[in-house]
Design a protein around this ligand. Structure first.
Ligand code: 77L
Ligand code: MG
Length: 214
């Protein structure tokens, strides 16, 4: 039966990227998406902004919501200091299978734990399952209608500390209007919008950075 787009992306990585070289994995995926098939990775333009925020925060604990094929997982993991705890959550088991292989091709499998399940179920389990009390950096890139309920869950579970940084993809396209309204109207967050474009297109999109004030 016909392969899936993530499976074809994995094949392109295995064919064109050098094992153990994260930069070549990132380039191979971007090339595949620009010249073969569009896919919903954060991409190179927004990915560079992600890189700059991760580097600035230099986090000890990281959570990614929405692994997909592992492109942003590789972008983040390649920048982390040794000993950093990095968890990424993915609902779709087929994506988990592809992502683990792409992350392994980059040689970053020991830097990150890919967990299958829904964010709503897993976020309350972060303390008991992974011994994490608070997150220094959170990248939101999963179902856009989950951004708002999940940030409220982070607050309720005490997973944010003064200075925790949340970075949300796709706040314009597909959009997360309720999330944007919440963080921009809450006195508990300091926000900054980074204008960009939907990955591999000229369509307007952007990232919203929100710092928890405690
Ligand atoms: O749903 C998304 N992510 C959660 C599932 O993994 C997602 C969708 C799109 C997108 C799709 C279709 C279109 F027409 C425009 C945008 C883009 C993204 O960056 C995304 O993260
Ligand atoms: Mg996205």
């Amino acid at each position: 039966t016909r392969s899936t787009r993530p499976q074809r992306m994995l094949k392109a990585v295995q064919k064109n990227a050098t094992k153990g070289n994260p930069e070549s994995v990132i380039s191979a995926i971007d090339y595949f998406c620009k010249h073969s098939e569009w896919a919903m990775n954060v991409g190179d333009e927004k990915g560079s902004i992600l890189d700059s925020v991760v580097t600035e925060v230099n986090p000890s604990t990281v959570l990614e919501l929405g692994t997909y094929c592992g492109y942003s997982t590789v972008r983040i993991a390649r920048l982390l200091s040794p000993g950093t705890k990095f968890i990424t959550l993915e609902f779709n088991p087929a994506n988990v299978t592809v992502a683990r292989q792409i992350i392994a091709h980059a040689g970053l499998q020991d830097k990150v734990t890919v967990v299958e399940g829904s964010s709503g179920d897993l976020i309350p389990q972060m303390k008991e399952r992974f011994g994490i009390t608070t997150f220094d950096f959170i990248f939101l890139d999963h179902w856009k209608d989950r951004y708002l309920p999940d940030i409220k869950l982070f607050e309720e579970c005490g997973l944010l500390r003064k200075g925790s940084v949340l970075l949300a993809d796709n706040v314009i396209c597909p959009g997360a209007p309720e999330y944007l309204e919440y963080v921009r109207n809450s006195p508990r967050y300091e926000n900054r919008y980074y204008p960009a474009h939907l990955e591999y297109t000229k369509v307007e999109d952007g990232l919203e950075k929100s710092v928890f004030l405690g």
